[in-house]
Design a binder for this molecule. Sequence first.
Ligand code: 6PG
Length: 469
Amino acid sequence: MKGTYDFGLVGLGVMGRNFILNVADNGFSAFGNDLDPEKVNALIEEGGDTKKVDATTDAKTFIEALSLPRKIMLLVPAGKVVDIVIENILPLLDKDDIIIDGGNSFFTDTDRREAYLAAKGIHFFGAGVSGGAKGARLGPSIMPGGNREAYQHVKPIFEAVSAKYKGEPCVAYLGPKSAGNYVKMVHNGIEYGLMQLTSEIYDLLKKGGDFSNEELHQTYAKWNTGRLQSFLVQITSEILAQKDALGDGHLVDQILDKAKQKGTGKWTSQNAMDLGIPVPSIDIAVSMREISALKEERIKADKLYVRPKIELMDKAQLEKLTEEALYFSFIVTYAQGLHQLAYASNEYGYELEIAEIAKIWRAGCIIRAGILADITEAFHTDKALPNLLLSPSFIEKVQSTVGAARELVAYASKNGIPVPGLSNSLTYFDAYTSSRLPLNLIQAQRDYFGSHTYERLDRDGVFHTEWEA
Ligand code: 6PG
């Protein structure tokens, strides 16, 4: 006898438990599965009285409880575990059942799994889920990719559980194969960039304006009510207000300045390099996490060199400049990530609609921000827009704030304050908007030492010069 539960979920860790409770809250019956009996019991205890949630450690009981076609989401660590879970449930499945990988899997793994399962009549979706534990419980942004027809079975559930922006669900079918995982990977690359920028601005205000934590908290809180409104600015303001429970002062000052990473930002950069698409604001955010890890060496090096004495800037002036520069660099970072998505879409046949992606990022996910409504509009107006910086609706926003980025990069460099995210964003902008770059000289050098040839401005063809003659 086939089961009746609408939705199955394997992996009842924090994300899985929250997601399945969200599914049940929205009127769907859901069955959980985990090898750990404690996690199974925790879910039954938390959700059992709704009669819509049940769970088991046994794969067969789990599979038999689900209605056809089965919709089974995996929220397990990316990598080998996903393959192990698939192999475990595969013999129990029927044709046209659907497996959805909700983790941060690498997109080529998703392509491999999709092809393998398609040959067995099973649909496989890679669906990025963003928003952390709270998002999973109350409404994440969901980025699914896979078979379009099969998505129709998942759609009502995902639309119900996802975050809503002005009533619109923050989920949409994005494209075939690994489109969903790919979009989530680039989402995380942008996340790295925005986090790096937010931390540099905090550093500038602290070192260059002597802002106290309370003033920093107020500043970020104020920004969050304006054009910088975003999840990351909001949580930054809350973080800066947090007192240290284990000592005096603020917690942020006691946190070790070594940032960890699970790999999605690095994958974004690596893949951008493979595609030949520049994303320097994301690259440097990855490098800064790596530099941060070299704490012991940094302490030694700090003692070897003299730093400039910091000349304090007027507080009001610095606050104005940092607000403008953060807005500018946020835009430039989104521009790079979306550029990568547009290019990857052609390369991998994802058929992505950038407006649709910006739209489902407006709520629920970590990079949600007020500016995404404008970005959605820009790509809606021009579906073939290669880069946000070319959108007529962004020229004024960028033009009116780039000056602040210039002033701050100059100030930071003079005073020895590292702002690589800001300066990379500015440099990307300056290079992208230069009709003439000095790479003509690089072509000449390549031709000089390696006969690599060059093209000319004034005539067609490929040329080589005997430079040493
Ligand atoms: C999200 C986050 C989530 C996770 C990051 C953390 O969208 O909800 O991106 O997926 O928190 O992967 O990444 P790092 O550990 O690499 O910083």
